[in-house]
Design a protein around this ligand. Structure first.
Ligand code: SF4
Ligand code: SF4
Ligand code: FES
Length: 334
């Protein structure tokens, strides 16, 4: 680190990911020397690269107020809104060694710019608008109460930056998965009391391989969101809505959720083998034989587990208390 005569500024080298899909075979990282002021943002660092070093450096920005979602990038792997993140704080956090990267290297078009077509396609797929049979010449507004507005939680604060979408490991493994941003939007419009397409939307997000049941509940989306929205919370709400509105049908995923509750109710512990048998049946269980052998070796399951007539799972002390908690907290009959 090199401090200048003014302690409010610092001379540093900022690294940036560079790649032009039209001309480059491989991406590379380039360093840029600059002086950073204590109030400057990551967006200012990108402006300095472009205006003082290399005019071809490309990135998106528009509002500079954290509301358009255009400037989302990663700094040392962490998704940020460049116009919201103080550069000096990040330099302190990472010992003056920061690298600017696009949200997704796989979808990069040029430097920080990614092709978000998949993001917008998924957003469109969930009908991200209010569907209602409205009077084309209304004489008054369609008002909502504060309670009705609050029911949408913070889902309406999404600025479509894509940070959660490109941080989601389920989406990286399965391109058909709708992803946290689209599912957050699905909740937002389904929870809106003015909307009439709730059932249709819940069917869309029920689809196996695409919908809410393919979320692996890793929490990465909540960690990534610069607006501190928690998409996984909305995914949980959509699960509940599907049960409440009788959209949820018996499949591996819904039976897995039921099996989880069944195991805790029965033992107070999670019976890993029972969950597999309950959700996939005895035949399905054989698909997991390799994993089962590994789990047996480390003592996570025993050979008797999954044998229907042997119940060797211990029971937790005060099981009745656990059962009461389940009854109090369950919002749906599974
Ligand atoms: S919690 Fe679900 S939606 Fe969020 S990042 Fe993980 S898999 Fe994706
Ligand atoms: S939920 Fe958050 S991270 Fe995801 S697109 Fe919306 S604002 Fe961005
Ligand atoms: S420029 Fe609009 S959110 Fe950053």
């Amino acid at each position: 680190m090199q401090k200048t005569e003014n302690s409010d500024t610092r001379k540093v080298k900022i690294k940036a990911f560079r790649f032009n899909a039209e001309t480059d075979y491989l991406p590379y990282t380039k360093e840029y020397k600059m002086e950073v002021g204590k109030d400057e943002l990551v967006l200012d660092l990108m402006n300095k690269i472009k205006w003082e070093h290399d005019g071809s450096f490309s990135y998106r920005r528009s509002c500079r107020h954290g509301i358009c979602g255009a400037c989302a990038i990663k700094v040392n792997g962490k998704p940020v809104l460049a116009c919201k993140e103080n550069a000096m704080e990040l330099l302190d956090l990472f010992d003056n060694d920061i690298t600017l990267e696009p949200l997704s290297k796989k979808r990069v078009v040029k430097d920080m710019i990614v092709d978000k077509a998949d993001f917008w396609e998924k957003h469109s797929a969930i009908k991200p608008y209010i569907v209602a049979d409205i009077d084309p010449n209304p004489t008054a507004e369609t008002k909502q109460s504060i309670a009705e507005f609050d029911a949408m939680l913070d889902s309406d604060l999404c600025i479509q930056c894509g940070a959660c979408h490109y941080a989601c490991p389920a989406l990286q493994a399965n391109e058909d998965y709708l992803g946290p941003a689209a599912l957050n939007a699905a909740f937002r419009f389904t929870a809106d009391t003015r909307d009439e397409a709730g059932k249709e939307r819940l069917e869309i997000v029920f689809a196996t391989g695409e919908g809410v049941w393919d979320c692996v509940k890793c929490n990465e989306c909540a960690e990534a969101c610069p607006k501190e929205i928690n998409p996984i919370q909305k995914i949980g709400k959509l699960h509940n809505m599907q049960f409440e509105q009788k959209i949820a049908r018996s499949n591996i995923a819904t039976r897995h959720a039921e099996g989880f509750v069944r195991s805790i109710r029965k033992h107070g512990f999670l019976d890993e083998a029972d969950i597999v048998v309950y959700s996939e049946g005895y035949l399905g269980m054989y698909k997991h034989l390799k994993t089962a052998v590994k789990m047996m070796k480390v003592g996570k399951i025993h050979w008797q587990d999954g044998v229907p007539w042997i119940d060797n799972m211990p029971k937790i002390k005060n099981l009745d208390e656990v059962q009461k908690l389940i009854d109090i907290s369950m919002t749906n009959k599974l």
